[in-house]
Write a protein that binds this ligand. Structure first.
Ligand code: GLA
Length: 721
């Protein structure tokens, strides 16, 4: 590990500034292909001199103009959206930040930590910018620590994680928005002058209407392989806000961070506040490269056990809903094992005794197994699964409470609800107050007890099915300004405690589908449930949206009875993510059962490439009747192509699809796989050998005119001369 310290203390600043012009400091944050350069001006303010494709000639850094402060303040001469806004204890509503020091260290060969200290020349108020730059993945994480050493509290009403200033002729923002059942709809628009805000005020389930992932193309709308693109997201499972402000010079100033809405708070003397990390990357080669940078980073650093394996499973939610008993579960467990799946996941409806859970109207909070429904307990089901050679997982929604529950009766002060107003129920439930230490203990102990009582439990699906409305914490009392932030931090503290004891237990992040999908949470979770919409056609679009920011191994995708499509189409859609099932498998006919067993076997064979390979989006469902994606492993020896024919015309010519990411000189055996029993591949290239060069320049005629059909094609490099 090496460490460089450019220390220029504030006292030195005052002393030297009277004597001669100050030396300027340059802070260089490089990754393999990008440069972020921050420099001080003669006024000792810190400016963002450059962010973009890697600059090679350090001698030319002096040519870069310095006019945009790296972390803009408010109350003095900045007339645009500030990164930070404070009111000091004496009422002074301004902040002036001057550079004092930089520390750079390299704890591992692949990443560098950079810390830049700034200080107000008059007030003992400090801002420290932190950067963690991942060399190979071309990713930078940026976050900020704000420290008040004044004698009185300082009010904070803006506290971005970081800002980027970008200079281009035009800016094209791709956002991902939607709602329950229609998550991650992709939309691109040209930014006009003024501010475009992407934010959430939902408190929990914060991504339900708007994802915190975005792509920003410079100069022209980018394609998968062409154009300059910045991709960004925020590691925060709470209210977030991005302001994309195009100023009078047509410069884009982007501030990213927690949404200060309803969260303007006072920072007490002697304390500090640390923002979550803004994660971003830059690509000179379109959205595809930006997305692969994020995915590689996620696999290596961003997701719990990103480099590891995932387990295929049978979930009973859409198979039974609340209507199950031990006998039904036994059959499902047997079917899961018989089909070759790794696990059975018991969903909602297993808990509550005074008020047994029969529908979504009761029992959340009473996390004891319903004795009348499952008299032999969870442990017995775990054992039954183990006897059949599979694992057992369980659903839980531990942040919530139904008024019809023992928990609600016992702890009226534990939930978030406004005094003097009617309770605002959503899905018949309220949210527990994670600001309250007793609530945090309760949630931790609930999970811990479950795992202690049933030691074989191998998986948890953690759900969160409502927003924060009418939110008020009786624990916080008069000052509610930390409610939203405190909720998210409280949630993280439970997860941190849980992970200290159970570091590797796989967990699915769920929030009525994809209401909570971000890298703040995925640090603790191995995968997520992208949508309650399991219609295979809709899922192609939903999974397409997620694929820009999340690797396939994290995107749970289940075969269900939703939609009138062939079993093969449904399975092929599910196989491009983390495969699972949510059907009564025994209701399949013999041929379907045979196909399903083969499909699971195929998936296990291909899953290394699907989970850890590079993703190329070849044909977009947004542009016509087809969607094609391709995964290529790092050795470029194995690849898998998923091709979906949507609402295509029944006749007409289809063009070749050029493949990507292969080795030009390698020879690949191209084979259609996952064929339905009794069918043969209709492709004339099936079983033939092609060079990577041919496949990437000429391509293959993969697309078909048969609507709502699909094909999976496997490529294996052969040792050919
Ligand atoms: C949410 C989840 C579903 C299921 C139900 C159970 O809607 O998204 O997958 O677990 O809750 O109530």
């Amino acid at each position: 590990m090496f460490k460089i310290i450019f220390l220029f203390t504030f006292n030195m600043f005052l002393f030297f500034s009277n004597l001669f012009a100050l030396p300027s400091a340059s802070v260089l944050i490089n990754t393999l292909h990008t440069t972020l350069l921050l420099k001080t001006g003669s006024d000792q303010k810190l400016y963002q001199a450059y962010f973009g494709s890697r600059l090679t000639n350090t001698l030319e850094y002096d040519h870069l103009p310095l006019f945009l402060e790296a972390y803009t303040t408010s109350g003095m001469n900045n007339l645009f959206e500030p990164a930070i806004r404070v009111i000091h204890g004496d009422g002074n509503p301004s902040l002036d930040l001057r550079y004092t020091a930089t520390i750079q260290e390299q704890p591992e060969p692949n990443f560098t930590l950079t810390t830049i200290q700034l200080k107000d020349p008059v007030y003992p108020f400090f801002v420290t910018l932190h950067f963690k730059s991942y060399y190979k993945e071309d990713i930078i994480e940026a976050w900020t620590e704000i420290r008040n050493e004044e004698k009185k509290p300082v009010r904070l009403s803006a506290y971005a994680s970081f800002m980027l200033h970008v200079d281009a002729a035009s800016y094209w923002l791709t956002q991902f928005h939607g709602d329950w059942f229609s998550e991650m709809r992709m939309e691109e628009s040209r930014l006009t002058s003024g501010i475009k805000i992407l934010d959430s005020k939902l408190g929990t389930k914060t991504n339900n209407y708007q994802s915190q992932a975005f792509l920003l193309a410079l100069n022209k709308a980018a394609t998968e392989n062409e154009g300059e693109v910045i991709a960004g997201t925020l590691a925060w499972t709470g209210n977030f806000r991005y302001a994309f402000e195009t100023d009078n010079n047509n410069t884009l100033n982007l501030s990213a961070g927690i949404n200060p809405f309803a969260s303007e708070f006072a920072l007490p003397p002697g304390s500090s506040f640390t923002t979550p990390a803004f994660i971003f990357t830059y690509s000179l080669h379109g959205k595809g490269e930006a997305s692969r940078n994020i995915q590689r980073w996620a696999i290596n650093y961003g997701i719990l056990n990103g480099k590891g394996k995932r387990e295929t499973l049978l979930n009973n939610w859409e198979a039974t809903f609340f209507d199950f008993d031990e006998n039904k579960l036994s059959h499902l467990i047997k079917d899961a094992a018989g089909s070759g799946l790794d696990m059975f996941l018991l969903d909602d409806g297993w808990f509550g005794n005074k008020y047994p859970r029969k529908n979504d109207g009761s029992s959340l909070g009473d996390w004891q197994v319903t004795k009348t429904k499952l008299p032999h307990g969870i442990g017995n089901l775990v054992k039954e699964a183990a006897d059949k050679g599979i694992k057992f997982g369980i659903w839980i929604e531990p942040e919530m409470v139904n008024p019809k529950s023992e928990l609600y009766e016992k702890h009226p002060d534990w939930m978030l609800r406004l005094p003097n107003r009617e309770e605002d129920l959503s899905r018949n439930q309220l949210v527990l107050d994670l600001n309250h230490p007793a609530v945090r203990d309760f949630i931790y102990n609930t999970l811990d007890s479950l795992l202690i009582q049933s030691p074989g439990l191998a998986y948890i699906k953690w759900d969160c099915n409502r927003y924060l409305t009418n939110a008020y914490s009786s624990y916080l009392g008069q000052d509610q300004s930390r409610l939203f932030i405190g909720y998210t931090l409280g949630w993280y503290s439970v997860l941190k405690r849980f992970r200290a004891k159970y570091p590797t237990l796989p967990m699915m992040l769920c929030s009525s589908g994809g209401g909570r999908v971000d890298y703040g949470a995925l640090h603790y979770f191995s995968e997520f449930w992208p949508s309650d919409n399991t219609d295979a056609f809709d899922r192609i679009f939903i999974q397409w949206g997620y694929s820009y920011f999340f690797p396939s191994l994290a995107i749970c995708s289940h075969v269900t009875s939703s939609g009138k499509y062939s079993l093969k189409f449904k399975t092929d859609v599910a196989m491009s993510g983390k495969l699972g099932y949510d059907i009564v498998m025994d209701a399949l006919n013999d041929q379907e059962k045979e196909y399903t067993r083969d499909a699971i076997r195929n998936y296990k064979r291909l899953s290394g490439v699907i989970w850890h390979g590079d993703l190329y989006r070849l044909v977009s469902p947004y542009e016509g009747g087809h969607a094609v994606i391709m995964h290529v492993d790092s050795s470029k020896n194995n690849a898998v192509i998923f091709s979906y024919n949507l609402h295509t015309p029944h006749f007409g010519h289809t063009n070749n699809t050029r493949l990507e990411g292969l080795d030009t000189v390698k020879m690949y055996r191209v084979k259609e796989t996952d064929l339905y029993p009794g069918t043969k591949s209709g492709y004339d290239f099936h079983e033939k050998l092609f060079s990577g060069d041919y496949l990437m320049k000429i391509g293959l005629n993969i697309l078909r005119n048969e609507a709502l059909s699909s094909n999976i094609i496997e490529l294996i490099a052969e040792n050919q001369p």
